[in-house]
Every structure is written in structure tokens, then in C-alpha cells.
Ligand binder design. Structure first.
Ligand code: F6R
Length: 610
């Protein structure tokens, strides 16, 4: 989704803005732009397309000590040069960038047009900058506050004024804004990736908060003080981002997707670090503040998330149910939030989100909390909105740059295993089973490494099937969320249509599609359902459908056209291992088809709009 970056300080802001925009490219965008104040005037350069296309239009000598930059993901108006941000007021003194959606933009636009304002774009954002130019004279922050009183919608905003070039003013309502603190220089961004090279000290603005950011410091205030919008002391909210410098580079890999697939063993080690209690065969989870008594009172668990986070949640719900014997299920947060859900006090809600900013998941969390429910978060990005809304578990997977989620799916499953261990050991999981799962978790990084060794084989399989128009992914039990995730990965990065089914459901209809050019990927854990899965394979083979079986134990020769063998772990953890060849299949299919692997078309990394 859209990205914001801004700089004020003694250095030339142009390379800082361009580098910051490159760092948020991964979120998905269709145009870019920057605005700087140079020799007392605002200069804007913006263009549809990739960042490098805008960069190519920049004059050689461009220097400024204050500027803002934006990557836009079109919502109001198609991707075009005119619709790209920043937007200027008529006089050209004000430049503004915005993430989010202004819901009353149509009415505001009509009233501005009636006052003679000529719009240059179709965006909702442009209304903000014209309103600002018409606001009562005063400091930029006072004028912005007056404008925001007229606005309904969500926003992360950064604005500069050529007449007050000592400040960037930012405001937040539902769309992230971060202030980065440097030495006599300050940064603003929507995502820490944009500024983490320059400073690791950041503050997340709260909803309803705005800030004046100057080279020497910042001050925050409520957007609407009259509504009792008191803002907490921001310095108490300062956090340190401890990403390694290489975390944002591809290193020896061709793409971030490939790098992140290979980072999984290390990500699992980080997720486990300091969290295993061998003595009591349980887990220590600092962010989970449920007392043993409260755990005993849980009657059901409901996991919420979107996309791959939902599938990871589905896997997690299955793991929790088997480890704790508490009935558990998962639901897509995007549906849950709109169906006026019944919230019960003895249900534990768990929100899963890599970015911690997905609007549907955030709204689901707020709905549960508003109705008195208890929510834990399983989140990757430290300090993100969902992380701040709930207690919970940080994944410590490091930044996930590729739009398609891979390592975070795996780390989420590991977090569920730890949570299952903690809750289960208070409930029905005996110490021997606790130990068994702990040993399984400790051995997991090595087993994932072995599963990654299937890469060459998966590349060959991808070559064989990438040009097919459609594929099935089937699995049962905990293998089903893996089939869903495998199909999702293939669709996202290769654009090959793939559909996931419970293997048991195949014969109830979808098997009609099976034919010699309709391959089926079978997720086949070595468990009590293995024989049943094998009969599904036989049904597909009987209709001459090619079969790719990802297995943990060799099956009858000739039963599958391609047999991919991965190591066995504990039944609760096996799905995590079976997922890796499917990630590699999607990656290599995308390569084979020449797709934009890290930034697939139409997708955004963190979906902060409805
Ligand atoms: C798929 C993918 C998306 C996200 C979903 C939720 O590869 O990345 O389906 O999983 O948009 O995002 P988060 O986890 O940031 O809430």
C-alpha cells in the first residue's frame, strides 16, 4: 500500500527520500513522487510507474534540506502522473501526501469547486491541500488541524509549506505514521523500513494525534483537543528497531522471496529464543499475561487474520485444539468484523498479522475489545498498531520485504506451537507431550533446512507445470491450511490459477475438473490420514491427472508423477515442514513465467485501506 517518507535536517533530503521510497516499494504501488522546498519554493516531481521512472526525470542538481516522498497505490482515480502524490495547492506553496481514504471527499470537492478551485487530479487527497490553502492564516499545524476537523475518513498525512520551511507536519487516523529521531535531523515515514538506515529510534503516532517535526525535535498534540483527545507522552513510546543491516538487502539471493524462504530456519530459531522452559516442559511468553486461572476459564479460541495470516491462523487453531483440547477455529477478519459477531467473555481471540497494520484485522480487534472480549496478537512488526492494541507474541522474523508472505507464515505457526505448549501445559497436555513438542521445535530449524534442499527438484517441477492454466492443492486435517497457503502462493506470484480443497471433498464435485492437463499437488503428512490421502491420489490418477505429492515417507512407486520427500517431525509441526516445497514451487513457477516475483501485480504488502 501507499508509503510515506520525509526528512528535515542539514543533509540533502533528495537521496534520503529516494532511498526511503525504494525501501517501501515492496508494499506495492503504482506511482511515486517527491516534493522539496528549495530556494523558497516547492518543487514537485511525480510520475506513474516504478520509482526508477520518476528518478529518471529528476534534474541533476536538486538539493533541499526538507522534503516528503510518496508511493501511491491507486484508490480514487487510476494510476497516472496527475494522481500521483504529492499534491499542491493552487498557489504551489503547500505540498501534501496522504495514505488512507477521505470518505467525504466528493462533498468537499464539490464545495471547493463551487469556490472556484480547479482540481488537477481525481484523488480524494487533493481536497486536503486546497482546504489547507483556504484555512485561517496561522502555523501549518493549526491550519491542518482546522482542515482535519472537516474530514471524515482515514489518513496518514505529511505536509510541507514553502512559507514555513522549518517543519513537516504529520497526522494520523487509521494509517501509520512514524517519527524517526536523528541527531539534529528528523524523519517521518509510514513504515520503519523507509528510515531504519538513518535512525533506529522511532515513535509511532497514535490515531487522532498529529506532530510538528523540526530538525531539532518534535512535538505532538491531539488533532481534536476538544474531544478530550489527550495525547500520551510520546517519549515513553519511543522504541528501538534492532534489525540487522543486511535484513533489508537481498544478499546472495535473486529475490527477496527466495531470501525469505531460505531465512526460515533462522527465523524459527529467533521465534524460539528464550521461550522454552525445559524444566516444566512449557513455554515462556512474556507478552501473554493470562494467569493459569484465566487459562482454565477459556472455553473456546477464535483466531482472526487475513490472507496468508488467516491460513496460518487456521493451522494455528488446529494446533491449539490438538494441544490444549480447547475447541478452536479461525475466521477471516475481513468477514468477522462486518457480521456483528457475538463476543463472549470465555473465548480467547487471537489476531494474526505480519504488518500489524491490516485494516480488516485491526477493525476486528477493535470490535472484540469494544464488546469486552480479550484479544492476543501474533504480530511481526514491533510497535505496529495491532501490536499496540493487544498483548501477545512478537514473531521476531525480521522484515518481510517480498509482498508474498513466507517466513512469517512459518514463524506464526511456531508461535502457535509455543502458545499451545503454554496453554496446553495448564490444561490437558502432559509433560511427556510437552517435552515431545519442545524436542520437535528445537529440531525444526534443521528439518526446515532439509526441506529447503528440495529447491532444485521444485525448480524442475515448476518448469514442468508452470504453463498449465489451473492446479489443485489438496490436503486433510492440518494439511488443508497448507494446501490453501500453497495455492495462494502460486496464484500470487505466478498468476497461475490454483484452488485448494480438502482432499476428502474432491470426490464431492471438484474431481470433475481433473484431466491430463490439470495437475494436483497433494500435501501428505505421515499421519493417521495418510491412507485416506493416498486413496485421493488414486482417484486423481484414475482420471489421468498428474500428481505432485509432498510426502514424509515414500509412497508406492508410480503413484505420484513427482514425489517430494521432506523430513518428519511431530504431528503438530509436520505441516510447517510440508509447506516449504510449496513456497519453492510458487517461486520457481513465477521465475519460469517471468513474473515480478517480489512485487506481483495488483498486490500490496500491508492492506491499510478497505
Ligand atoms: C499473502 C500475503 C497476504 C497477507 C495479508 C495479511 O502472501 O502476504 O495474504 O498475509 O494481507 O497481512 P498481515 O499479515 O500483514 O496482516
Amino acid at each position: 500500500m501507499c508509503g510515506i517518507v520525509g526528512y528535515i535536517g542539514p543533509k540533502d533530503c533528495v537521496p534520503i527520500l529516494l532511498e526511503g521510497l525504494a525501501r517501501v516499494e515492496y508494499r506495492g504501488y503504482d506511482s511515486t513522487g517527491i516534493a522539496i522546498v528549495s530556494s523558497g519554493t516547492i518543487k514537485v516531481h511525480k510520475k506513474k510507474g516504478k520509482l526508477r521512472e520518476m528518478e529518471a526525470t529528476l534534474p541533476k542538481r536538486l538539493f533541499a534540506k526538507i522534503g516528503i516522498g510518496h508511493t501511491r497505490w491507486a484508490t480514487h482515480g487510476e494510476p497516472s502522473d496527475a494522481n500521483a502524490h504529492p499534491h499542491l495547492d493552487t498557489s504551489g506553496h503547500l505540498a501534501l501526501i496522504h495514505n488512507g481514504i477521505i470518505e467525504n471527499a466528493t462533498e468537499l470537492r464539490a464545495s471547493l469547486e463551487a469556490q472556484g478551485i480547479v482540481f488537477r487530479s481525481e484523488t480524494d487527497t487533493e481536497v486536503l491541500v486546497h482546504l489547507l490553502s483556504l484555512a485561517e492564516p496561522g502555523d501549518l499545524e493549526d491550519r491542518l488541524r482546522a482542515v482535519l476537523a472537516l474530514v471524515v475518513g482515514t489518513y496518514g498525512i505529511a505536509v510541507i509549506d514553502a512559507n514555513q520551511p522549518d517543519r513537516i507536519v504529520v497526522a494520523r487516523n487509521g494509517s501509520p505514521v512514524i517519527i524517526g529521531i536523528g541527531d539534529k535531523e528528523m524523519f517521518v515515514a509510514s513504515d520503519v523500513s523507509a528510515i531504519v538506515r538513518h535512525t533506529q529510534q522511532v515513535i509511532h503516532l497514535e490515531d487522532g494525534e498529529m506532530a510538528v517535526v523540526q530538525a531539532g525535535g518534535y512535538r505532538t498534540m491531539a488533532v481534536d483537543p476538544s474531544a478530550g483527545g489527550v495525547v500520551s507522552d510520546p517519549s515513553a513510546r519511543m522504541i528501538t528497531i534492532n534489525w540487522s543491516v543486511g535484513a533489508l538487502d537481498k544478499g546472495p539471493y535473486a529475490h527477496f522471496l527466495q531470501k525469505e524462504i531460505h531465512e526460515q530456519p533462522a527465523a524459527v530459531e529467533r521465534a524460539l529464543r528464550g521461550r522454552i522452559d525445559d524444566r516444566h516442559a512449557t513455554a515462556h511468553l512474556g507478552g501473554v499475561t493470562l494467569s493459569a486461572r484465566e487459562v482454565l476459564d477459556i472455553r473456546r479460541i477464535k483466531v482472526l487474520g487475513c490472507g496468508s495470516a488467516y491460513y496460518a491462523g487456521m493451522l494455528g487453531a488446529g494446533m491449539l485444539e490438538s494441544m490444549t483440547r480447547i475447541p478452536s477455529d479461525a475466521e477471516s477478519a475481513s468477514e468477522f468484523r462486518y457480521r456483528n459477531p457475538v463476543i463472549e467473555r470465555d473465548v480467547l481471540y487471537i489476531a494474526v498479522s505480519q504488518s500489524g497494520e491490516t485494516i480488516d484485522t485491526l477493525m476486528a480487534v477493535q470490535e472484540v475489545k469494544r464488546k469486552g472480549g480479550r484479544v492476543l496478537g501474533i504480530v511481526n512488526v514491533v510497535g505496529s498498531t495491532i501490536a499496540r492494541e493487544c498483548d501477545g507474541i512478537y514473531l521476531h522474523a525480521g522484515p518481510e520485504v517480498s509482498v508474498a508472505s513466507t517466513k512469517v507464515f512459518t514463524s506464526t505457526a511456531v508461535a502457535f506451537a509455543l502458545l499451545g505448549l503454554y496453554l496446553g501445559r495448564i490444561r490437558d497436555l502432559g509433560p511427556a507431550d510437552g517435552k515431545r513438542i519442545i524436542e520437535g521445535l528445537k529440531a525444526l530449524p534443521g528439518k526446515l533446512e532439509e526441506a529447503l534442499a528440495t529447491e532444485e527438484q521444485m525448480a524442475q517441477i515448476a518448469k514442468k507445470y508452470a504453463h498449465t492454466s489451473s492446479m489443485f492443492y489438496i490436503g486433510r486435517g492440518l494439511g488443508y491450511p497448507i494446501a490453501l497457503e500453497g495455492a495462494q502462493k502460486l496464484k500470487e506470484v505466478s498468476y497461475v490459477h490454483a484452488e485448494a480443497y480438502q482432499a476428502s471433498e474432491l470426490k464431492h464435485g471438484p474431481i470433475a475438473l481433473v484431466s491430463p492437463d490439470f495437475p494436483t499437488v497433494v500435501v501428505l503428512p505421515d499421519d493417521h490420514l495418510a491412507e485416506k490421502n493416498i486413496s485421493s491420489i488414486q482417484q486423481v490418477r484414475a482420471r489421468k491427472g498428474p500428481v505432485i505429492a509432498v510426502v514424509q515417507k515414500a509412497i508406492t512407486e508410480g503413484l505420484a508423477d513427482d514425489l517430494v520427500l521432506v523430513p518428519k517431525s511431530e504431528p503438530e509441526l509436520d505441516p510447517i515442514i510440508l509447506n516449504l516445497p510449496l513456497q519453492l514451487l510458487a517461486y520457481h513457477a513465477a521465475l519460469e513465467l517471468g513474473r515480478d516475483v517480489d512485487q506481483p501485480r495488483n498486490l500490496a504488502k500491508s492492506v491499510t485501506v478497505e
